[in-house]
Design a protein around this ligand. Sequence first.
Ligand SMILES: Nc1ncnc2c1ncn2[C@@H]1O[C@H](COP(=O)(O)OP(=O)(O)OP(=O)(O)O)[C@@H](O)[C@H]1O
Length: 326
Amino acid sequence: MLQIKNISFSYHKSPILQNISFTVNEGEVLAIVGESGSGKSTLLKLLYGEFDLDEGQLFWKDKEILGPKFNLITGPDYMKFLSQEFDLMPSTTVEKNIGEFLSNFYLKEKKKRTDELIKVVELEDFAKTKVRFLSGGQKQRVALAKALANQPEVLLLDEPFSHIDNFRKRSLRRNLFAHLKKNNITTIVATHDQEDVLSFADKMLIIHKGKKIEMDTPQQLYNNPKNKLAASFFSEFNEFKLSEITDTNQNDIIFVYTHEIKRVEKSKFKAIVKNSYFKGNYYLIEAEFNNRNIFFEHDKKLDTNQTVCFNINIGILEKRLTKKVH
Ligand SMILES: Nc1ncnc2c1ncn2[C@@H]1O[C@H](COP(=O)(O)OP(=O)(O)OP(=O)(O)O)[C@@H](O)[C@H]1O
């Protein structure tokens, strides 16, 4: 188990992470999400032992992870960190880069492992190409394969697909997470991409301004978003006061995703259409309701300034609320 116990850290006295605790079980994938500058990369660097903590402790199984005050070489040998900067040898081929730290003692094994990883990152056509001739996204894929080469027990990934196009990203993501699960590699991934989280993360940690806001399964956080950060990570959403949409006079706020509002023929909720945005298999409708704009999905474009009725699925609300709505 990876244990993060009450850690705090500051760069030159300005606090970056405050009092963070969580655990990750062996073989689990944890996604760390949060706004830019919230401290995701710093947290990964601390897990890798790049800096000394102000307070707290880190453990992998029963071994403590220590910073540079206590270690000459950064990074425990059972861990790999794929940071935003790729540490590659530009004048060497893709396959040699990936196999750089694999022993030449077992050449057959080395070739097998290298070939397997080249497949994971879909670089079969570039195995013999020198890295300096590759694009940014291709280099990122080589760095990913290299991080996996020595079968780390723990893998830290900082925005692993940031340079990779959407076309490639989806299959690469599936290959990578299948490889990680098959090899029981405990993974912490900092990401802005909900697709990294929804299908592949076992747990999701939300940090905001260096503090832990929530940690749970992606399903739980998606189905019951308790704050704007969680809701906005997954999708566009609306905020309603309960009193606006139910017969209660409670002023609690509820988050409602755009696909949870339906246009209907008749309802007591009426809005005036302001814009329709084409989104591929639906239109996102922007409409004025109670002196502000709300958003919902609809299969057709709607005329601007037309009045439409909408409904929110009460079943969804009931599940989302701790207090029942009547
Ligand atoms: N070496 C450093 N020295 C001083 N401050 C730093 C250093 N690295 C990061 N910071 C600051 O620490 C804060 C957290 O940065 P960090 O890179 O951890 O955020 P992040 O959540 O990973 O952001 P992003 O999503 O943009 O990568 C930011 O305010 C940043 O300016």
